[in-house]
Design a protein. Structure first.
Length: 734
């Protein structure tokens, strides 16, 4: 029996490393997105600063470890075997859940996941204990530290509201003070603002953070506590002088320094606050094992009240965890995917939006617009003139910068201060929730959500927040399920659960690689500057591939109808949709090309707009054709007759030949003639069948619509080929 617990402890530490990897992959967005989004420095510098914050912050996280030991469950009511099952189930559920969110590029809360996993596992284990002892079902509440759990959950929810409100308020006041043309105002207000920001970071991360370290002595902490006011005043004076010297004499942009300092601070706060989410449970399991092995008691009778006693983690465990987090930061590709989501929702510039609007987002935007009109009428015009002067973004924008350094500094200062404050009170605030909501609040206040983007951004925020609620429910359910499996099957089920983990991560890796390949393919296909010759050649390749895909999809649609092959039809629809999504980025690049083009080049863009309009028509016709055939097969309608199959195959062949010819941008007169004959033959057969009463309405309408869509599809394909030849001729003429 004893040997199995050695295995369990080893498994817990392996799972801890895995959880650190998937957890940091999701949470790296919290401390990287502001520096990356504002292009504050090179990625090497940003990652180096964040890595230093992680290493230092990990040694400050000791005080948070009690959450995993006794923050949610009442350990004195559980046996040693019970807590080991709980901890094992929690870790397995956490890895699967976080890796799933990473795969879809959605930021979620590692804090919420670990709390609800402990809650779910603890309650399910309590259910088995109470039912086996013949106790009433309401006795389950005795096994859970409900007061502490309620405090933690309420503090997380409160932090979401505070983060959004403070992010919006501080950003509004800061923008009002500096405007978007902030360089001119730096000599007057910059030093004091930066001094205040750096003082806040110093206070929360050094003075408050010291309380959690394993090396700060009580005497030292007492001296610091007694002299807090003096330290704060001295810090403000010191940083203000340093910032003023940097502005006036060194001509430095101090916001860049504040952003990098905030990146360090938020990485520090993340490690100090969230490290418990990854190694707190394995360390609690390891300590439980030590207590049991020293007791000499049977694991089935030993209760775990000792977990209520304070226990500091060894510093080398914390430092080792920090090293794993740093390595993950540098090598995790999924971390970059999650970062893209948050930066995209907060960027100042319009462009392609990831999230689609829905009814709720439309209602919220509509309500905000009506409220804005009322507020506008209530406030004087002078106020709105000041607003317009300070909140007007510059016309010249860096395409690689999602927002400026002012907003990045606000995001990091407010976010790190809130998180570090929660850590000092030993409340495991959600780093993700705070960082995300501060960024969303500052984006709203900074007027990044204009009328052309607000409905998409609000939809994205609601989707992410909805995912947070799913996190709690899924965490509770998964951990509870895994505990039930362990109770029913014993510790031998450990290997079954590990197999589930390996399978889940393997599938997510394949899904993420497939998604990244699509993104890379899409990125390479975008055009950026259509006035350049090399980019026009890329456009020709893009259009040629589109026509070839249209040929493939139309052929697959007709062949799928003939063979009643539904999977083939589903695949064709998916491939068309993927290609159509690529063109959404191409259209954004067309808009950017127009913005940067000279007046002499603008005449050429008429042809480009005609081309893209025809491509949209091509997609509509191809998708409608596929949908027609797919709906017929899905509804199990009468399949085409033998003669109709023969005519449809001939039509498919003629259509493919014409589209293939068009994809080479060559004349297709002969192919057009053959296609017309195939269409006429199919229609003549259909007319005769209808008059003779052999063909019903469903069958006839299907074939009439097919011939109509084939006609539209091929007509627009020829027009696209003509567009390309027209652009080539215009370029040759110039």
């Amino acid at each position: 029996m004893e040997s199995i617990f050695y295995v369990i402890v080893g498994v817990l530490f392996v799972l801890a490393i895995s959880d650190l990897i998937v957890g940091v992959s999701n949470d790296a967005v919290n401390f990287l997105n502001s520096a990356i989004g504002s292009n504050a420095a090179s990625r090497k510098v940003i990652y180096g600063v964040a890595a230093a914050g992680l290493l230092v912050g990990s040694s400050f996280s000791n005080g948070m470890m009690e959450i995993a030991r006794s923050g949610i469950i009442q350990p004195e009511l559980f046996l040693f075997t019970d807590v080991m099952m709980i901890y094992l189930a929690v870790m397995i559920a956490d890895i699967i859940l976080l890796d799933l969110f990473n795969t879809f590029g959605l930021p979620t809360s590692t804090t919420v996941s670990i709390i609800f996993e402990l809650l779910g596992a603890g309650m399910v284990m309590a259910f088995f204990k109470t039912t086996s002892d013949g106790m009433p079902i309401d006795a389950i509440g005795q096994y859970i530290n409900s007061d502490k759990a309620t405090t933690i959950i309420s503090s997380i929810l409160l932090s979401v509201v505070l983060a959004f409100g403070l992010g919006a308020l501080v950003q509004y006041l800061t923008r009002l003070l500096f405007s978007f043309n902030y360089i001119k105002r730096l000599p007057y207000f910059g030093a004091a603002w930066a001094g205040l920001a750096m003082t806040a970071l110093t206070y929360f991360l050094v003075l408050k953070g010291l309380k959690g370290t394993s090396f700060a002595t009580p005497e030292f902490l007492s001296i610091v506590s007694e002299n807090q006011a003096g330290i704060l005043i001295g810090s403000f004076i010191f940083w203000t002088v340093v910032m003023q010297v940097s502005i006036v004499f060194l001509k430095r942009n101090i916001f860049r320094f504040v952003v990098l300092s905030g990146t360090f601070a938020l990485a520090f706060a993340f490690a100090g606050n969230d490290l418990v989410n990854f190694i707190g449970v394995p360390l609690a399991g390891f300590h439980s094992f030590i207590l049991w092995s020293q007791s000499g008691l049977d694991p089935e009778i030993m209760t775990m009240e000792a977990l209520n006693d304070p226990q500091r983690a060894d510093t080398y465990f914390l430092v080792a965890a920090g090293v794993v987090m740093v390595l993950t930061l540098y090598f995790s590709k999924k971390a970059k995917t999650v970062t893209e989501t948050q930066v995209g929702l907060s960027r100042q510039e319009e462009g392609e939006e990831r999230f689609k609007p829905h009814r709720v987002s439309r209602y919220l935007v509509k309500g905000a617009m009506h409220s804005g009109r009322v507020v506008r009428m209530m406030l004087p015009r002078a106020f709105w003139r000041t607003q317009a002067r300070n909140f007007s973004p510059p016309k010249e924008k860096d395409e690689n910068t999602a927002f400026d350094l002012v907003r990045a500094a606000v995001n990091l200062t407010v976010g790190s201060a809130l998180i570090a404050l929660g850590t000092s009170f030993k409340l495991p605030l959600s780093t993700t929730y705070v960082a995300f909501m501060v960024a969303m609040g500052s984006s709203l206040s900074d007027k990044a959500w204009g009328r052309d983007s607000a409905v998409y951004r609000v939809s994205g925020v609601l989707n992410v927040i909805g995912g947070w609620f799913i996190t709690g429910l899924a965490a509770f359910t998964l951990a509870g399920l895994f505990v039930a499996i362990l109770v029913w099957m014993g510790f031998n089920a450990t290997f079954l659960l590990l197999g589930i983990v390996i399978l889940a991560i393997g599938r997510s890796i394949l899904a993420h690689r497939s998604s990244e390949k699509k993104k890379e393919k899409k990125r390479k296909g975008t055009l950026f500057q259509l006035s350049k010759k090399k980019d026009f050649e890329r456009l020709k390749v893009h259009v040629s591939r589109t026509l070839q895909q249209a040929a493939k999809s139309s052929s697959s649609a007709l062949l799928g109808l003939v063979a009643e092959n539904r999977p083939s039809l589903v695949k064709s629809a998916r491939e068309l949709e993927d290609l159509r999504m690529e063109y959404s980025q191409v259209e954004v690049d067309l808009y950017r090309s127009v913005k940067s083009a000279s007046k002499e080049e603008l005449d050429r863009f008429h042809a480009y707009f005609n081309l893209f309009g025809n491509i949209q028509d091509l997609f509509q016709s191809a998708q409608f054709l596929v949908n027609l055939c797919q709906e017929h097969v899905r509804n199990h309608h009468t399949p085409p007759s033998a003669k109709q199959k023969e005519l449809l195959l001939e039509l498919s062949k003629s259509t493919s030949q014409l589209l293939e010819r068009a994809s080479k941008f060559e004349s297709a007169k002969e192919e057009q003639k053959a296609l017309n004959e195939a269409v006429r033959a199919l229609l003549n057969h259909q007319f005769s069948g209808v008059q003779e009463g052999k063909l019903g309405a469903k069958n006839s309408l299907l074939h009439f619509r097919i011939t109509s869509e084939i006609g539209d599809l091929t007509e627009v394909a020829i027009a696209i080929s003509d567009n390309i030849r027209e652009i080539v001729q215009s370029k040759s003429a110039t």
